[in-house]
Design a protein around this ligand. Structure first.
Ligand code: FUB
Length: 323
């Protein structure tokens, strides 16, 4: 596969988190729709109300829609806006991690459980204790430990927190200060809670200095993803208002990570969000753009394209407007 292909033509799906479960590819996207809410910097126009699950038998196969698997109305503590989710499996159960604003309009992370990768997922009564912000990415390390990576600034509310506590009216650091970090946390054995205080995932430049808040083309904004290539840990993310998908490499799940470069240049649309998957010996980037909706930033369509590494393990940059 050299050219990207759209995966769903009759609906709008974004933020695809892809995994191989039971020998199939499963994709967990956000379900975009035309809510009529005007665009703003808080992202109110991403008014996702439910999730669908898709599966594919092979990378060039049709993406099969398994239907609605969770909706805001089912979540006991739910307010509004189900944003980017991800799924992990352990002991035959599947755990869907999702961000949702509670009834005070604060983003929390929730978990919903299923016996199958295609749901339906039954939500827990309460959000994960001490959780906050958005975009959970679930990662299983080789020793079987599970981690969540999360966080997002602006509408994702990460700027209101320091040391895992909401410190409103705290806001973003100044331009010359160290950038706000995404968070990493180990999950409990039952997969339902944090097993520790979330830690900062520090991204360093090539000289070993933490990236600064004003380094808009490299600093973290949202859309965490973790994968392993060889024995290295690759943390990838979106730079938000500069619309790049970037990555950094580390030696363990906590980091620190050293910035390496751009995976995908800006797509048509405001957000850029992805996952990275190995399937049958090849690597793939799942992502979205707004070409099918004619550039409406809140109506996104998910795609897949092959990803390549060079001999040093560096990811070859893809052109978001051409691939
Ligand atoms: O889909 C809603 C939000 O848009 C996601 O959580 C962000 O990462 C951005 O893609």
């Amino acid at each position: 596969m050299s050219k990207a292909r759209y995966l769903v033509s009759d609906d709008f799906m974004a933020d695809p988190s892809a995994h191989v479960f039971e020998d199939k590819i499963y994709i967990y996207p956000s379900h975009d729709w035309e809510s009529g809410i005007l665009e703003n910097d808080h992202g109110d126009h991403f008014d996702v109300k439910d999730y669908h699950v898709f599966s594919m038998d092979d990378m060039d196969a049709e993406a099969v829609d398994h239907g609605k698997v969770l909706e805001v109305a089912d979540i006991p503590w739910g307010g509004r806006q189900l944003w980017d989710s991800d799924v992990a499996t352990k002991n035959g159960k599947y755990y869907l991690y999702f961000p949702l604003k509670d009834r005070t309009d604060v983003f929390r992370l929730g978990v919903a459980v299923s016996d199958t990768p295609y749901g339906p997922f039954i939500p827990e009564e309460n959000p994960i204790k001490a959780s906050y912000s958005i975009d959970p990415c679930a990662f299983q390390d080789d020793d079987g430990s599970h981690y969540l990576y999360f966080g997002g600034i602006w509408g994702g509310q990460l700027q209101y927190y320091r040391n895992n506590k909401m410190t409103y009216p705290m806001d973003l650091p100044h331009w010359h200060d160290v950038a706000l970090c995404p968070k990493v946390v180990k999950l409990t054995e039952d997969m339902l809670q944090f097993d520790e205080e979330p830690k900062d995932l520090v991204i360093l430049d090539q000289e070993g200095n933490p990236l600064k808040q004003g380094d808009l083309e490299r600093r973290f904004f949202e859309a965490s993803w973790m994968h392993k290539y060889g024995d290295k840990y690759y943390f990838s993310y979106s730079t938000g208002d500069t619309h790049l998908l970037c990555y950094a490499i580390g030696d363990n799940p906590y980091g620190p990570f050293t910035y390496q470069g751009v995976i995908l240049t800006p797509v048509v649309g405001w957000t850029t969000h992805h996952s990275i998957l190995q399937f049958k010996g090849k690597w793939y980037l799942f992502y979205h753009d707004c070409v099918p909706s004619g550039g409406k930033t809140w109506l996104r369509s998910m795609k897949v394209v092959e990803l390549e590494y060079d001999d040093h393990g560096l990811i070859k940059t893809l052109n978001g407007q051409e691939c």
